[in-house]
Design a protein around this ligand. Structure first.
Ligand SMILES: Cc1cc2nc3c(=O)[nH]c(=O)nc-3n(C[C@H](O)[C@H](O)[C@H](O)COP(=O)(O)O)c2cc1C
Length: 309
């Protein structure tokens, strides 16, 4: 998740809560000069992701830029690269990238044709998409395009760009995709508890090959363990996880960066607690690292994890 999960988060998460098959980087852009931001480079370097099954994700709409990114990632030692066709943000969409690329199926088809002509044979290319920009009818022609290419995994977030992250999930369209996709399909959207997963199983007649989880995992970092029948998230392990993140971000960032990052994470993790609004407000209002650390300690001292998670 752009601005939320980086290699520091990934490493600490992987150590505290092992069992995830693949982590995706937040989207990476390629500059017109065919370079990446230094921060993004550091985020995908093997030495910063030891023992982590990582899939770098790119936000591009030119085949040459994607090829550049894929070859660079191959040099870095990765075997799969993902294309982002889902980002709904205005600045991204207005440049015809992310979900904005879905508005021009002909260009998308030409992009894939040129790209797959030249992609190294041993690199796996996966795609993350929404159903379209404004109307679910857009998805049929898009799926026809995806079906023409050897996409290693097609992750579908069954919302439109106009739905952003909140609108209804169009499960009927997702079900059609499961039936008609020639490529393996991964489901993504609103899985926050084992009950959500059971609901997904009941709703779908065919099982997707995989499930991608984003906000639910940041809210409850033990979610995948719970989905696999393991123990529920414990307060002590969440505290140890949060403390290690705090210490690592304190080393990585200036004060402002540390405070920003931890507040972003607590914006999600706070939802795992019950009756803790006063303490979460303390975290949101903290202006210094010391205040923030104290506010987090206060929360763990006073609040319980929600029973109904
Ligand atoms: C703050 C934020 C940042 C995100 N950044 C990315 C990103 O960099 N790449 C991506 O593919 N999706 C990104 N997403 C979308 C999520 O990956 C996911 O598709 C969406 O949140 C729905 O899944 P969920 O209900 O499991 O969160 C982001 C979502 C949020 C809320």
């Amino acid at each position: 998740m752009e601005g939320v999960t980086d290699h520091i988060y990934r490493n600490i998460h992987h150590r505290h809560f092992p069992g995830i098959d693949k982590y995706y980087t937040p989207f990476i852009s390629v500059y017109p000069s065919f370079t990446l931001k230094n921060r993004e480079k550091r985020g995908v370097m093997k030495e910063n992701n030891r023992d982590i099954p990582l899939v770098p994700q790119f936000l591009v709409n030119e085949p040459k830029k994607f090829l550049y990114g894929v070859k660079l990632m191959q040099d870095y030692g990765w075997s799969e690269v993902n294309l982002n066709l889902g980002c709904p943000s205005g600045t991204v969409v207005s440049k015809g990238r992310g979900a904005g690329f879905l508005a021009d199926p002909e260009k998308l088809d030409a992009f894939f044709a040129a790209f797959f002509e030249e992609v190294p044979a041993d690199m796996k290319i996966s795609v993350k998409t929404r159903l379209g920009m404004e109307n679910v009818d857009e998805f049929g022609p898009l799926l026809e395009i995806f079906n023409r290419y050897p996409i290693h995994e097609l992750t579908i977030h069954p919302r439109l760009r106009t739905d952003y992250y909140k609108g209804p999930l169009h499960m009927d369209v997702f079900q059609t995709a499961l039936r008609e996709s020639r490529n393996p399909v991964c489901y993504n959207g609103d899985i926050c508890t084992p009950a959500d997963m059971e609901m997904l199983d009941r709703k779908l007649m065919i099982t997707p090959s995989a499930v991608m989880i984003c906000r639910g995992l940041v809210t409850n970092p033990a979610l995948v363990r719970e989905l696999q029948g393991g123990e529920k998230l414990g307060r002590k392990e969440l505290q140890a996880f949060s403390n290690e993140l705090y210490d690592a971000y304190r080393e990585e960032f200036e004060e402002k960066g540390l405070i920003f990052r931890m507040k972003e994470l607590w914006g999600y993790m706070g939802a795992s607690f019950s009756n803790c609004e006063k303490y979460l407000k303390g975290i949101r209002k903290a202006q210094t690292p010391a205040d923030l650390r104290a506010a987090i300690t206060n929360l763990f001292g006073a609040c319980e994890l929600r029973e109904d998670r």
